[in-house]
Design a protein around this ligand. Structure first.
Ligand code: GCO
Ligand code: MG
Length: 402
């Protein structure tokens, strides 16, 4: 039996921070797992280094499910983003190893392809409506079949999702930037620019929009109703999801499809949302939801209730978990869509994934395992830099959901 002989935590910042776990076995097979938790990176690095790595040495790398249960139940303290991101990194690295040992891509270990590629959506944005429309035209030319649209709200400098420069990167400051947000200005403006998008480009592509947890259920229901004729693919994160029951009110108010889940870390965050059909798409990710093993369980539960998948894929999910997501996406029958923001050239100096973007879809490679290489020498050239996500405030100074 092979054993785990080494597990190393690599913290690197090629354009943004990433934490990666690299597991090595006694047969010299290595596997990678993404352990990046935006703005809380070092907490996961410490959890892994101080509390997980010592438990991995000597274990059988083939026993993925047993290792998952051991780390989850064995910690006694369950769930939470730090714990579940750490478990995810171990789980993903073990699937990578299993694929390499078997000589098979991970999608084949998961039952094989149900489709060739995973349709993705790209992020179009603009400082005003004209800029947004130009950006959408650019994504359409690039072959995207699904596009998310976000524009800066006049009078609300803290608008979510507007790119400045080449890459959208909200974790941009050594201490959190504070951004002023006006729900009223947003609710007046968002329907006008989303309507302008449909008027200019028609309905032959999927249009998505992210509310980023900023509305109450009442406000979200009202927005969803106003957007119904635009036939959105989804309205994302309409309200904070700690209270799963609040989605029932949105559901009753509108037929605009609802997506949620990028901050979830366990099946228990969405069990009710799924089994009571309060949402249409579950957006949990490999990196933050306990890895391939646990995310597959969520997707399988969702399938029973006709909820489709739409995994989080922002730049803060490294190419390692993006590759894992694509392997899982092509196997699950209830796949919906995959978010894909791409990564910067600097990030690709460190991580070389072999998935391919073609005609608006990501295709996994045939390489054994996940098909991602990490250049450790390049990683060492980019030391960690503290970077925080912004904090939202209302005009009266009180804290609002960012
Ligand atoms: C998305 C997300 C991200 C998050 C980011 C936080 O839909 O892609 O909302 O942009 O804000 O992942 O770290
Ligand atoms: Mg989002």
């Amino acid at each position: 039996m092979a054993t785990i002989t080494d597990a190393k935590i690599i913290v690197t910042s090629p354009g943004r921070n990433f934490v990666t776990l690299k597991i090595t076995t006694s047969d010299d097979v290595t596997g990678l797992g993404d352990a990046t938790l935006n703005g809380r990176e070092l907490a996961v690095a410490s959890y892994l280094r101080d509390h997980v790595v010592p438990l991995l040495i000597g274990r059988d790398p083939a026993r993925i499910e047993d290792t998952w249960q051991y780390l989850y139940k064995g910690a006694y303290w369950r769930r939470g983003p730090v714990t579940m991101t750490a478990i995810a990194a171990v789980d993903t690295a073990l699937w990578d190893i299993k694929g390499k040992v078997a000589g098979l891509p991970v999608y084949d270990l998961l039952g094989g392809k149900a489709r060739e590629g995973a349709m993705v959506y790209g992020h179009a944005s603009g400082g005003d409506v004209a800029e947004l429309l130009d950006d959408i035209a650019r994504f359409k030319e690039l072959g995207y079949r699904a596009i998310r649209a976000q524009a800066a709200v006049p009078g609300s400098p803290g608008s979510y999702g507007v790119r400045h420069g080449q890459v959208y990167e909200p974790a941009n400051a050594a201490l959190p930037e504070e951004q002023i947000w006006s729900t009223e200005a947003y609710l007046d403006f968002a329907p006008t620019y989303l309507t302008a998008v449909r008027e200019r480009f028609g309905f032959d592509f999927h249009l998505l929009h992210d509310v980023h947890h900023r509305l109450t259920p009442t406000e979200a229901g009202r927005l969803g109703r106003r957007l119904e004729d635009l036939r959105l693919f989804w309205m994302e994160d309409p309200t904070p999801a700690e209270l799963q029951e609040s989605f029932r009110q949105i559901r009753q108010a509108t037929t605009t499809p609802i997506a949620v889940g990028e901050v979830f870390n366990s099946i228990w965050d969405c069990e009710r949302l799924i089994t009571e059909r309060l949402i249409d798409y579950i957006r949990a990710s490999v990196a933050h939801t306990g890895g391939i093993t646990h995310l597959r369980r969520i997707f399988n539960l969702a399938e029973l209730y006709q909820v489709r998948t739409g995994s989080h894929g922002a730049t803060d999910l490294s190419p390692v978990s993006m590759a894992a997501a694509v392997h899982l996406d092509v196997t699950v029958p209830n796949f919906g869509i995959q978010e894909y923001m791409g990564h910067s050239p600097l990030t690709h100096e460190v991580f070389q994934p072999s998935y391919e973007l073609r005609d608006g879809a990501l295709y996994p490679s045939e390489a054994p395992g996940l098909g991602v290489e990490l250049d450790e020498e390049a990683a060492a050239r980019f030391p960690y830099e503290p970077k925080y996500l912004p904090v939202g405030r209302r005009a009266d100074g009180s804290v609002h959901d960012w």
